[in-house]
Design a protein around this ligand. Sequence first.
Ligand SMILES: Cc1cc2nc3c(=O)[nH]c(=O)nc-3n(C[C@H](O)[C@H](O)[C@H](O)COP(=O)(O)OP(=O)(O)OC[C@H]3O[C@@H](n4cnc5c(N)ncnc54)[C@H](O)[C@@H]3O)c2cc1C
Length: 411
Amino acid sequence: MDLELRKSLPQERRARQAALIELVGKLGREKFAPRAEKYDREASFPFENYDDLRDHGLLGLCVPEKFGGLGADFETYCLVSAEMGRWCGATALTFNMHASSALWTGPLADDLPMSDAERAELEGRRVLHFRRMIEGGAIYAQPFSEGSAAAAGKAPFGTLAAKVEGGWLINGKKIFASLSGAADYYGVLCTEDKPERSMRDTLYIAVPAKAQGLTITGDWDPLGMRGTVSRTLVMKDVFVPDEAQLMPRGLYFKAAMSWPHMFLTLAPTYMGIARAAYDFTVQYLRGEVEGQPPVKRRMYPTKQIAVAEMYIKLQQTRALFERTIAEAKVNPSKEERLRCYAAQYTIMENANEISRLAIRTCGGQSMLKSLPLERLYRDSRCGALMLPWTAELCLDRLGRETLYEADETDD
Ligand SMILES: Cc1cc2nc3c(=O)[nH]c(=O)nc-3n(C[C@H](O)[C@H](O)[C@H](O)COP(=O)(O)OP(=O)(O)OC[C@H]3O[C@@H](n4cnc5c(N)ncnc54)[C@H](O)[C@@H]3O)c2cc1C
């Protein structure tokens, strides 16, 4: 099943998308896929894959060209990420944290209303952070979750940043910090420490891994996405200079309100996993899985029906994915916003459903640890748990927002 890029795109942009997808596909097939079992077994970080990404300039995927990056826009990023997810889910999911740091502060931030002073401040920050990614090969993580309602977008973050001379003093704790111990900078969402704090006071600050007062705690032995190494970060009186801020005050809140598709960037990884589970099933039933005896199982009608069901589910998911990433923009219409929640829900739930069907259809031997399917199944289970848009919270938002307009109540 080959990828068909959007025909309506200008030829040059389509060619760039195709070239990036091909590059990541080659790296994935030749390098990431053969290493994936080891990272999963050890629950260790895919450092070698990041060396490959760095060597091919991909740490600058979403860094705008004027800052020396590859200048991928939102749609291009999502397509590239989905390709990466086919070969190693943990690499794609962690790469999302890094690439989104550039996507959000780069092309997405450009769309937001700002004063001239704020725009100049943002530009200054970007020179610094993008240079670190491009020239220094630095990796950025996105630890937002705290085990409270904050990562769900329902309350201010409990991690606080107090303004001090020349910078910020940060105190707090982040759970599930993917790339813990691997990132050079942790893009921490926190709240400015002042009276009557609200979500508008959210700050987005890059804390260096070497900062004094930052520690990584807890173990990491999860069901799936084991190579993400998402341990706990504790920050105790961590001082960072002013330029550590990735966005000027107030900008993250504006982005979260008016560029909702920014939270869809976790989903492409799982789109890739769904595709991998389907591809594996076809290969397996055809007796073509490398290293396995060439036993064909495709002649049984039950297998044919099951694979047909998987194909339909995959196409439904892919169609919604492609439509949604193509219409992502600042201030989307209500319909586009709702479709975005529906896409997130569909991709996360169907990735797991397609992986489940793959195991049932291929049978007992297919779920041995010597084959990738059981890892795809475990990794796919994690998608629906990712905040702010867990499967439950997508239903929650869709249920409310389909029935109520923003300012409507029953009183
Ligand atoms: C492999 C993996 C990697 C991750 N990497 C990162 C990362 O790099 N950075 C990061 O910030 N986070 C990361 N996360 C964390 C993730 O985004 C969630 O924050 C986490 O899974 C939530 O777990 P919890 O048990 O704390 O959920 P809880 O907050 O206890 O919520 C449990 C469930 O209740 C529902 N719920 C939560 N809040 C509300 C509410 N206000 N109203 C209604 N329902 C609600 C949701 O459906 C949620 O799934 C990662 C998670 C996984 C599994």
